[in-house]
Design a protein. Sequence first.
Length: 185
Amino acid sequence: MSDRYEIRIAGSGGQGVILAAVILGEAAALKEHGLNCVQTQSYGPEARGGASKSEVVMARGEIDYPKAANPNLQVILTQKACDDYSRDTAAGGIVILDDFFVRKVPELDAEIFSLPIVKTARDVLGREIVTNMVALGAAARVLEIKELLKPSSLKDAILDNVPKGSEELNEKAFDEGYKLMKERK
């Protein structure tokens, strides 16, 4: 990792992008990783369906600016978010797109992975509400390869942040997303 690694998760309200980034930030802040991190979020006034993005910046040293200017990793769950944010991706970065809602894949100087994130949440797990955990699992595989975060740290943070009684479903969703990305990268 260079001194700074930026992650953006973007989609629409109701997809859980903010919770996913909070979990990412909490996992990154664990002492075992030796990282400083900051998490920011932005969303429209609508409860559901409005634009939503959340960012996590991780660094081995001080973080001088809390927002992601050129994310090294983006997880994008809607076409609008793709249109608005994909071009910000750092050269050589990684973009994970949901293949159900993102139909027009951008041309970027980045690795692009179109994964069935929403379809997996809906069809495999039976609950679209865990789309964010499927997405987080896919991101976890990238972060593991980059030697930034351990999947087990993310799982622990998930269990600390999801509603009681939903732990098993959320953990399974994470595992399914991790598996999707592992099959690709």
